[in-house]
Design a binder for this molecule. Structure first.
Ligand code: ATP
Length: 324
């Protein structure tokens, strides 16, 4: 179990995380989802006992990460973004060595067990430098498992892997989630949706949403908002949609018109009729927020709008939200 209360971290002037609170439960994969610079690594490094917070409190497996950092390290397996591997060692020797550092008994047997678990037993005696990137990532995961910790903290483990390696690693993380508390960071929304039981969305150092992928989707769909895409001028179509009885508001967004009904009735038939009878060609009409990507875009819309207003010099890449 991981419990985080009001965690704040400053690097000098930079407020990397600001009042972050959440829980990660045993037997689940909790996704920590956010764009580059959101504060994922900072939070994870605090949780692994490597860095103190500026303020707030966090416990891992019941131990305060700051006051009892050695106890925490014994109970956490950490896969950092870049794993420091000894490339001339074999996988087996490297794991045995890591086990020695952590005081693991029966280290060679344990190394075999974890290599089996991550699907690398056939390559136990290969030097790490001869392994593919995906295999090296598995060795990194194996070192995180060596001391049999109940909690696993995995920082963007699928970055840089090819599509097949990504699928294999996601399967492995899901499997580990059955008997560990797993905190898994990613900036790939579809990955969080596929791997995680719960998702915490972080942006600019604070949490903006939390829940199961399905729950988050339902929350945003609850208002019954719909997106209408047309072949034609959106500015001209907007008053048509706004004039549909039962529509509380409508605005131009996501390359279309997003309409919010005043009640829970499905407004699509009336919107379709109004648009078509006014001469617009309807390309698409569907409930909003069908995946996490749209949820993320929706949740960060206000912040992105504010950023666009203050800076018209940002490149598209800078203001773009990462997606799969
Ligand atoms: P990424 O996916 O790019 O690794 P992240 O979500 O893990 O991003 P962090 O690495 O935690 O984000 O960074 C959060 C903020 O803190 C960013 O603005 C980053 O520039 C800043 N930051 C991180 N480490 C330091 C540091 N050592 N000194 C100063 N600022 C830092």
């Amino acid at each position: 179990m991981i419990e985080v209360q009001n965690l704040t971290k400053r690097y000098g002037e930079v407020l990397a995380i600001n009042g972050v609170s959440f829980m990660a439960q045993p037997g689940q994969v909790t996704g920590f989802l956010g764009p580059n610079g959101a504060g994922k690594t900072t939070t994870m490094r605090i949780l692994t006992g490597f860095m103190p917070p500026t303020d707030g409190k966090a416990t891992v497996a019941g131990y305060d990460v700051f006051e009892h950092s050695m106890e925490v390290r014994r109970r956490v397996g950490y896969l950092p973004e870049t794993v420091p591997l000894y490339r001339d060692m074999t996988a087996q020797d490297y794991l045995t060595y890591m086990g020695e550092i952590r005081g693991v008994k029966n280290r060679r047997t344990r190394a075999q067990e974890v290599l089996e678990r991550v699907g690398l037993i056939q390559r136990a005696h290969s030097r790490i430098r001869t392994l593919s990137k995906g295999m090296r990532q598995r060795v990194g995961l194996a070192q995180a498992l060596m001391h049999n910790p109940p909690v696993l903290i995995l920082d963007e483990p699928t970055i840089g892997l090819d599509p097949i390696q990504v699928l294999e690693l996601r399967d492995l993380v899901r499997d580990l989630g059955r008997d560990h508390t797993v905190l898994f960071s990613t900036h790939i929304l579809s990955e969080a949706e596929q791997v995680c039981d719960n998702v915490i969305i972080i942006n600019q150092g604070h949490i903006i949403a939390e829940g199961s992928p399905a729950g988050l989707r339902a929350e945003l769909e609850r208002g019954g908002r719909v997106l209408a895409r047309i072949d034609g001028d959106l500015e001209q179509a907007l008053p048509v949609v706004q004039g549909v009885p039962g529509i509380a508001s409508a605005e131009i967004r996501m390359d279309g018109i997003v309409a919010t009904p005043a009640n829970h009735d499905d407004p699509r038939a009336q919107i379709a009729q109004a648009l078509v009878s006014n001469g617009f060609k309807l390309l698409e009409l569907r409930p909003l927020a069908v995946n996490l990507e749209e949820i993320f875009l929706e949740l960060t819309r206000h912040e992105r709008n504010a950023m666009t207003e203050v800076s018209d010099t940002a490149t598209p890449e800078e203001s773009e939200v990462a997606s799969s």
